[in-house]
Design a protein around this ligand. Sequence first.
Ligand code: COA
Length: 321
Amino acid sequence: MVGKICGTGSCLPQMIWGNEKLEEMVDTSDQWIQERTGICRRHIASEEETTAYLASKAAKKALHDAGMSPEEIELILVATISPGNIMPGIACEVQKNIGAENATCFNLNAACTGFLFALNTAQAYIAQGIYKNAIVIGAETLSNLTDWKDRSTSILFGDGAGAVVLKSVDEGTYIQVSRSIGNKGHVLTLTNRNQKKYEQNPLAEETYMRMDGKAVFQFAVTKVPEMISEVLEKAKMSKEEITWYILHQANARIIGSVARRLGENKEKFPMNIENYGNTSSASIPILLDELNKKGALKQGEWLVLAGFGAGLSCGASILKW
Ligand code: COA
């Protein structure tokens, strides 16, 4: 059994910050940000637009798209590194907000690879026959974790949520490969704000996101093509059979480089990073929802999803739309 995506949804905060807003905050320019990252603007959550709020809205829209009622849902997984609350897990908040009273709910943290790992987890439950359906959500309010004085990170990130509904079908394909590389974890970090050593200074420097951008860039452009080639080989498929590569939206140059390294046409790599920046675990489901709502994804087309991020972690999956 395989979980088929039968509904998608997303939710973006109301407020939009263009690059000019960043120009007011750090020594940067619209031109530099666009040339080096492809980002023009990002959505920034208000206090009311919590991660759970965005996740719940995205889940509701995905349920509506799937034509299912919340009571039918058996599993809710939320991938996030910015949950707001430590407990209850925001997957349980989503359950409450959407009325999915029969679901088992938990969060999962695999940073920007989070949605992909959550999808893998849901697929494993479905393949075992443990659950017949699931909502898988990627949701972030990274603006709460960003040091707005640090130009090496603040220009990159944004807030938002995306969700998919999976329904068990007898015939289908979901093939995945994944990797975690803990000994490279130091290149992208955010120290836990709940540790005792920060009691005196709860927002000490270390409690913001810190990144060696070049190291992460290098990791992404080498590992993502490797993961994609590996998953194609595992599926015994050729790249010609793939219609779309849905990559984590971290940097337009990373996506361009992955396409080149695979010898693939850039047109097969849809992007929306210009409007949202890097929304971590939310980027893949937001992009899926946009493409789905535009009618760009046709039944029977093969998709590769690929993610990478802190951990370090990375992975790729193949599925049929
Ligand atoms: N605005 C203007 N100038 C900036 C800048 C900014 N925000 N950040 C750096 N610069 C300057 C540097 O000081 C440097 O100047 P110099 O040439 O005079 O020394 C120059 O621009 C190039 O800096 P560099 O750090 O080499 O830029 P880069 O091309 O590596 O781009 C990132 C930086 C962060 C955009 C890029 O490394 C990246 O995207 N990395 C991956 C990050 C990522 O995806 N993280 C999340 C993973 S899920």
